[in-house]
Design a protein around this ligand. Structure first.
Ligand SMILES: Cc1ncc(COP(=O)(O)O)c(C=O)c1O
Length: 374
């Protein structure tokens, strides 16, 4: 039996999306490819809450890590990094690898990013960029774009670079109204697609400032890739199948149809909501269902507050984590252990993408039975 993926990404991909990926290739310089790329934009604008004139959206044939590097290459030398887990730390590591002067504001794993300390630092010193992660996949701790915007609104000329890898598609971003300069994500999380395509929104201020950045490189040159996307002519052979899958999924989500099959709510109650609002609502409910299940067993999610809209990490009260995960595999569900130092004491559940509420109820029932059997 193949165990269903409930790890914090990649997640399950629907059959008809997989089928869209199996269609024959087209020339990447063809009119068809240009149409495909242009057709993505209105959906990406809705997804990021970002549109002209303040922002542009684009895709690039690389994973999210490539976009982290792209953003840092396009900004200046001094970078303030809010680090509260393995993925927010990656931003700092990449900045150091690029030879930047990096100041880290560290919080313990499982804590929220220290926005107050960052605000303080930004009011005293000049930085070229600030990095922050909306949903720290290693701990399930989230911070909303609005909170970040409020705390870091006054940051001089520092560009605000935001990792939304396990947030985009699960909760609203509103990049334009929140004044986020660069928001990045991949495809394999709440959008329920295979990995391999990076998605981003970039502010006009960041794009114009990037002209002065000397080490933008070629493959990760923010200006080159953003312009090429606008033309529908990527400078390298793009991941054509993934572009197709992305368009298919964005179209399916935006009609609201996908959600009807994934929720237990009466369609009449969802009538006033567009496809994205329905998706965000289901993700919030999945987070709350998971949190409620854990709380009822005295196993609170890390972070103390509501968990990420797509990942919950919970201490399992001294249970043998590998044995618990093996038991869940036997029951048909693949969960993840904690990350790094949390590996032996926590599990992570990826309640994201196209997993429905009924399916989550099944997973939690199996987890309950496994915990009881232990
Ligand atoms: C929060 C976060 N940032 C960045 C990444 C890196 O993404 P990728 O492995 O697609 O490059 C991940 C991957 O899980 C992530 O969860």
């Amino acid at each position: 039996m193949r165990a269903e993926l409930w790890i914090p990404g990649p997640t399950e991909v629907r059959e008809d999306i997989l089928a869209a990926m199996a269609e024959p290739m087209i020339g990447h310089r063809s009119a068809e490819m240009r149409e495909l790329i242009h057709a993505l934009d209105p959906h990406l604008e809705a997804l990021f809450g970002a549109s002209a004139p303040s922002h542009r959206v684009a895709v690039h044939s690389c994973t999210a890590t490539g976009l982290m590097e792209m953003a840092l290459r396009a900004t200046g030398r001094r970078v303030l990094c809010l680090v509260n887990g393995a993925f927010s730390k990656r931003f700092a590591t990449i900045a150091e690898a690029l030879g930047k002067e990096v100041v880290r504001i560290e919080s313990a794993a499982g804590a929220r990013p220290d926005l107050a300390a960052a605000r303080q630092r930004l009011s005293n010193e000049a930085f070229d960029a600030v990095t922050v992660c909306l949903s720290e996949t290693s701990t399930g701790v989230a911070v909303s774009p609005a909170e970040i915007s409020l705390a870091l609104g006054e940051r001089g000329s520092a560009m605000l670079l935001v990792d939304a890898v396990t947030y985009l598609g699960a909760a609203p971003i509103n990049a334009s109204t929140n004044g986020l300069d660069f928001v990045l994500a991949g495809t394999q999380k709440a959008l329920a697609l295979p990995p391999g395509l990076g998605l981003y929104a970039v502010s006009a201020a960041m794009l114009s400032g990037a002209a002065a950045a000397r080490d933008r490189g070629f493959f990760l040159d923010l200006i080159r890739i953003t312009e090429a996307h606008a033309d529908g002519r990527p400078p390298m052979t793009p991941t054509i199948s993934l572009h197709r899958a992305l368009l298919r999924q964005l179209e399916d989500i935006s009609t609201g149809e996908v959600e009807l099959g994934l929720t237990d709510e009466d369609p009449a109650d969802l009538g006033g909501l567009d496809g994205w609002q329905r998706r965000y609502r289901r993700h919030a409910r999945m987070r709350d269902m998971t949190g409620g299940f854990l709380a009822a067993r005295g196993l609170a999610p890390l972070g103390g507050g509501p968990a990420s809209p797509s990942v919950t990490c919970a201490a399992v009260g001294g249970r043998d984590v590998p044995a618990l995960l093996r038991g869940m595999l036997d029951r048909g569900f693949q969960l993840a252990s904690g990350y790094g130092d949390l590996r032996d004491s926590t599990i992570r559940i990826g309640h994201m993408g196209d997993h429905g509420l009924g399916a989550l109820a099944g997973l939690l029932a199996a987890l309950g039975a496994e915990l009881d059997a232990d």
